[in-house]
Design a binder for this molecule. Structure first.
Ligand code: AMP
Length: 215
């Protein structure tokens, strides 16, 4: 079963994917995470990626498709969740084609919604442990670190993503409205779109589990 998570920035795609991965053994394919790994290489492509990601625009489709192909090649026989991909119509068509060539298809596209003010707080308050990758948020009691700026488990200094600023958030949100939101219609017309509101993590996850159980 292959699932697409479609959502504005900071709606909780990453959190829902992690929960599905941990509880149901899905393979989590996040193009954002794959790109952040590619940023560590010291080459021209890494420079290009940094510039684009910090501008809130979309990375070139061919780079994205290569990353997804590589990752999918190692996931035959597994259920996959696509997080932050596809981000535009071209990627959605390319994904359909790629999956069809592997005799696979998308079972469901889950459209996760959240009010924009909450998404903004989730973005600018997000802090990540560089070692265990645990994600915290300084604006929400339940997800604050116990000691300011330190990971509860590793005691490492927490980091802020360079694209987690209010300015970049606004740009990413505009890009989402222009490029990604049209995919809501795309999947609705295929009859595989489901909507889940994510103001509360547990409720949203239970709703997703219920949707998947009914497929
Ligand atoms: P994310 O972690 O999914 O929010 O992605 C962070 C940034 O990586 C985005 O703002 C884009 O610049 C880039 N990115 C991630 N996924 C894609 C994609 N599927 N297509 C194009 N750009 C992407």
């Amino acid at each position: 079963m292959n699932i697409v998570l479609l959502a504005p920035p900071a709606a909780g795609k990453g959190t829902m994917s992690e929960l599905l991965e941990k509880n149901y053994g899905f393979i989590h394919i996040s193009t954002g995470d794959l790109l952040r790994e590619a940023l560590h290489q010291e080459n021209e492509q890494a420079k290009y990626l940094k510039e684009i990601m910090e501008s809130g625009k979309l990375v070139d489709d061919s780079i994205i498709m290569n990353l997804v192909k590589e990752k999918l090649a190692t996931s035959q026989g597994h259920n996959c969740i696509f997080d932050g991909f596809p981000r535009n119509k071209n990627q959605a068509l390319a994904l359909d084609e790629l999956l069809a060539s592997m005799s696979r298809k998308i079972a469901c596209a889950i459209y996760i919604t959240v009010p924009k003010e909450i998404a903004l707080k989730r973005t600018v308050g997000r802090r990540t442990c560089p070692q265990c990758k645990k994600v915290y948020n300084i604006y929400f009691e339940v997800s604050k670190p116990k000691v300011e700026n330190l990971c509860d488990t590793c005691q490492q200094m927490l980091e802020t993503r360079t694209d987690d600023t209010e300015l970049v958030f606004e740009k990413r949100y505009d890009t989402y409205l222009k490029e990604t939101a049209p995919l809501i219609d795309y999947y609705q017309q295929k009859g595989i779109l489901k909507e889940v509101e994510n103001q509360n993590k547990e409720e949203a996850f239970n709703n997703i589990v219920q949707i998947l159980g009914e497929l």
